[in-house]
Design a protein around this ligand. Structure first.
Ligand SMILES: [Mn+2]
Length: 249
């Protein structure tokens, strides 16, 4: 889980099938599109001339208009050594669907199914294997940077436990639901006093703000917000607006 690959990183928030916004963001960050030969994927990949690495925060899939394009880009960048990813709750659920498990087709999973169902089994299995290979969280920059889809309290940094994985994917809730049936989330970052910077997403925010050395960079691209990256170690935010229409929560 501790990854020795050196900074600098471009950490990218929840994409949810927004491939057009991903391309715009990568271009704005200085990445260049390249064509690679890596069957069974499409050929699109991106490289950064200064050797930066992308770190994807999870929730690559569901809800948005171009899920397979996003998977193709992220898979090719990962295979070529230009990207790392952590697993999001939507990615995890899609992998379970791909393996034939019974899952509820809610929260935009129908969009992923519509794009992936027609693919040959080899390609669907390869996508499932990729998702299953994703760690719950990454510890980078010699322990100074922790990346997890829904964030992670300090005492779980580096933990491989089921509880740590659940916190990384789903975040902290109090077990109750609000009047819309959504889980009531606990603000773990309000009580965070760790030394490592924690970058996370999962719950869309209007603006990314630092809070006790943590920051949420999910700015709701698929809901009409923006797709945001954090350049690390520079700690600069780079965003592009939604350009391809919005999904409903
Ligand atoms: Mn999520």
């Amino acid at each position: 889980m501790i990854n020795p690959s050196p900074a600098p990183y471009d950490i990218i928030g929840d994409i949810h099938g927004c491939a057009a916004e991903l391309r715009l963001l990568l271009a704005k960050l200085g990445w260049r599109p390249v064509s690679v030969n890596s069957k069974p994927w499409g050929s699109e990949s991106w490289v950064h001339p200064a050797g930066r690495k992308a770190v994807f925060l999870g929730d690559l899939v569901d809800r948005g208009p171009a899920i397979l394009d996003v998977l193709t880009i992220v898979l090719n960048m990962t295979i070529q050594g230009h990207a790392l990813s952590v697993c999001g709750n939507h990615d995890d659920k899609l992998a379970r669907w791909l393996r034939g498990r019974k899952v509820k087709v809610t929260h935009g999973l129908d969009k992923s199914i519509a794009e992936l169902q027609p693919l040959p089994a080899t390609q669907r299995n390869a996508i499932a294997s990729f998702i299953e290979s994703l760690p719950s969280h990454l510890i980078l920059d010699g322990g100074n940077l922790v990346v997890a889809h829904a964030g992670l309290r300090e005492e779980f940094h580096g933990s491989q436990s089921t509880q740590a994985r659940s916190l990384c994917l789903y975040g902290e809730t109090n077990g109750q639901t609000d009047d819309q049936g959504l889980p009531i989330r606990l603000d773990w970052a309000a009580n965070y006093h760790g030394q490592a910077t924690v970058v996370y997403g999962h719950t869309p925010v209007k603006t990314s703000l630092w809070h006790n050395n943590t920051v949420n960079i999910d700015t709701g691209a698929v809901f009409g917000g923006a797709l945001t990256a954090l350049r690390y170690p520079e700690r600069e935010f780079v965003s592009v607006p939604n350009v391809e229409g919005t999904a409903t929560p």
